[in-house]
Design a protein around this ligand. Structure first.
Ligand SMILES: *Cc1c(COP(=O)(O)O)cnc(C)c1O
Length: 395
């Protein structure tokens, strides 16, 4: 199932809207997304292109509408992790250049790259050889992007071997070097020591490749954090993911640019009831009421992307005639449902909407809050909303 099949634009069709929003849903604010793109672009020089990283279904936001929106708003490249992610975009009619950031190795994958006009990352001599030999002079030369490992210790040829690698690729028929790039390990760390070392290594490798007489049309190293950190890291292109979606890679980068979260998660109250003091709630009875308690059962759970480890550690927002309450979730988060202690909120009804992630009035619950509680990063929280919830476009 492709994600775009679940994406429905709110229409005048009340029946349709109600069906989609009967239980729980994700709202994607495309105007916030477009504004984030424009604000990020305002940090870049005229000569620096913006690659929008839309891997993992655009970090859980829906790859196709996100890609269409960011291209319209000023991004010129798309980055995905895998070939199927690239094909999904092509099948939706998107024609912008697409870089596959992950590894591709086999001749079958090479045929798919050619067929769907996707551009691979090259990270070994062997891979370059396989691709070159699988192509024929009848194929157009394949644009390839050389990945250097300058300290991330993930994909890429070690930076000391960059010249040898570039010469190797240069000599192979049917391949054309489209860019050379690298990736930072610590760009979100206020201490820039490691990032600066990686930057120096990248610059040294580039200088040596050029001294060997190889022209390099495009260089890029920056993810969101590096893009917000320093214009000296922008080169010809920046590869921005998280910031597009309105989250900051680190608190100290908040002052650099205005970003608005694109995703909100909402759900409806399915049942209300009052239980006496001393009542155990949900699997395991890990929560026991300390008072007579008004409980709301809400139709969203861990199968929808609410991590079970947030049990008894999260709030949701409930708004009632202009007032907003932050109410605690109670007991184990189950696969499809959670319970809330709504004792302090008057006049709730079945069908009322609660904000699980997002903003109501001045109150906000962000992916950063969840990430902090769970000792993880906001990237992982966003990517968790990929399974079951319909996505609704707003804005
Ligand atoms: C995911 C990814 C990015 C985007 O990272 P953000 O921190 O989300 O901006 C950039 N470059 C590469 C190689 C990636 O894998």
């Amino acid at each position: 199932m492709l994600s775009w099949e679940r994406i429905v634009k709110i229409s005048d069709d009340r029946g349709l809207e109600e069906t989609i929003r009967e239980r729980a849903w994700v709202e994607i604010d495309l105007s916030a997304l477009a504004q984030n793109v424009q604000n990020i672009k305002s940090l870049l020089s005229q000569n620096t292109a913006l690659m929008a990283v839309v891997k993992a279904d655009a970090y859980g936001h829906g790859a196709i509408p996100v890609a269409q929106c960011v291209l319209k708003a000023g991004a010129s490249w798309l980055g995905v992790a895998t070939i199927p992610e690239g094909i999904e975009l092509r099948q939706a009619g998107i024609s912008a250049p697409i870089l596959i950031l992950g590894a591709t190795t086999t001749t079958e994958q090479l045929r798919a790259l050619v067929r769907w006009n996707l551009q691979p990352t090259l990270c070994s001599h062997q891979q370059a050889l396989v691709f070159s030999e699988a192509l024929t002079p009848d194929d157009p030369p394949l644009p390839v992007h050389l990945k250097l490992d300058t300290g991330m210790s993930r994909l890429g040829v070690l930076w000391e071997d960059a010249v040898d690698f570039a010469q190797w690729v240069q000599r192979l028929p049917n391949l054309e070097i489209a860019s050379v790039y690298s990736h930072f390990a610590t760009a979100d760390d206020p201490d820039a020591t490691v990032m600066e070392q990686q930057h120096r290594r990248f610059q040294t490798a580039i200088d040596r490749i050029r001294q060997a007489g190889i022209a390099l049309p495009c260089l890029h190293v920056s993810n969101s954090a590096a893009t917000l950190s320093s214009t000296t890291l922008h080169y010809d292109m920046v590869r921005v993911g998280l910031a597009l979606y309105g989250l900051y890679p680190a608190p100290h980068l908040r002052s650099t640019v205005d970003l608005r979260p694109v995703m909100q998660v909402k759900a409806r109250i399915a049942q209300l009831k009052t239980v006496p003091v001393g009542t155990g709630i949900s699997y395991g009875h890990h929560f026991v009421t300390q008072r007579d308690t008004r409980l709301a059962v809400v139709g969203i759970g861990y199968a929808d992307g609410v991590p079970r480890n947030l049990s008894n550690q999260m709030d949701v927002l409930v708004s009632r005639s202009g007032r907003v309450w932050r109410v605690p979730q109670a007991g184990a988060i189950t696969m499809d449902q959670i319970m809330l202690d709504v004792t302090d909120v008057p006049h709730l009804s079945v069908g009322d909407v609660v904000t699980v992630l997002g903003q109501q009035g001045r109150e906000r619950i962000s992916a950063d809050n969840w990430a902090q509680t769970l000792n993880t990063i906001s990237w992982e929280i966003l990517c968790g909303f990929k399974h079951r919830l319909p996505r609704v476009r707003v804005g």
